[in-house]
Design a protein around this ligand. Structure first.
Ligand code: ZN
Length: 261
């Protein structure tokens, strides 16, 4: 069975900016899903902010192996309930790929636990993206570096935790550098952040970027069964201890109590 990917798109600038609409007539989410579907081992569909539950009801997430997330102007419009739901699925084993301005999305900030800020400049600069982990599955088939003629500059310091692996470092024409491809594990879920993808440039039509995205979906997929009830914290009764024990000492909690959250 192919890996099931859902590409989540905020779908705001496609509706309000003529340049973005021209580059991505079906929306950036569709362009990304089309690129993923070039690989017969992947099956990609889309979801958008405007759909009920942002297109991410619990049942759909349960059948999603890897979620890709592109957002920019409307991070605050994403409901906290959906963010909680996505976070729980990642902890339970769903893969998550956060793209470009998704660095400030609620879900990425939640999973990183840091501000996720960076420096930036919208000047159509050339970006040269160096592969810093040539044997990493996300870099499979890539040259030593590749270039995007126009990208938004994202610069260090990138306020994220130290990653598991740095797969790419981007250099921008104006002189800044940025850790452009970073991997994390959160619970049982594999997380990849990939910097290119400013909406006024044709980044997601670039063949190498598309290859990175396909590689990343394969890498982020955790084939193990999703962990059930991953956010539970059950109280184990004394009488259920594997070795017989007697309760002693002062007590705060009543017998059978669920405990504080
Ligand atoms: Zn941007």
């Amino acid at each position: 069975m192919p890996i099931r990917a859902v590409v989540w798109g905020e779908n705001v600038h496609e509706q309000t900016n003529a340049t973005v609409a021209g580059l991505y007539p079906g929306g950036m989410h569709k362009a990304i899903a089309d690129a993923l579907n070039l690989d017969s081992g992947l099956s990609a569909t889309t979801a958008t902010l405007q759909e009920p539950e942002h297109g991410l009801p619990e049942a759909r997430l349960a059948e999603t192996d890897v979620l890709l997330w592109w957002g920019h102007a409307a991070h605050g419009d994403v409901s906290d309930e959906v963010v909680d739901r996505v976070a729980a699925q990642v902890w339970a084993g769903m893969g998550l790929i956060v793209l470009h301005s998704g660095h400030f999305s609620k879900i990425f900030k939640r999973l990183m636990g840091t501000p996720c800020g960076l420096t930036w400049r919208e000047a159509g600069e050339r970006e040269r993206i160096w592969v810093t982990a040539p044997n990493h599955p996300i870099a499979a088939g890539l040259p030593a570096y590749f270039e995007l003629e126009n990208e938004e500059m994202y610069g260090e310091p990138f306020r994220v935790p130290e990653p598991l692996e740095t797969v790419f470092i981007g250099w921008f024409q104006g002189g800044e550098v940025f850790r452009s491809g970073l991997t994390y594990r959160r619970g049982a879920g594999n997380v990849f952040y990939f910097q290119p993808g400013h909406e006024t440039y044709p980044t997601y039509h670039d063949a190498t970027v598309q290859q990175v995205l396909r590689n990343a979906v394969h890498w982020a997929h955790n084939p193990a069964a999703r962990i059930g009830n991953v956010t539970d914290a059950p109280n184990r009764p004394v009488e259920d201890a594997l070795e017989p024990i007697e309760a002693r000492g002062p007590k705060l909690h009543a017998k059978g109590e669920a405990g504080f959250r």
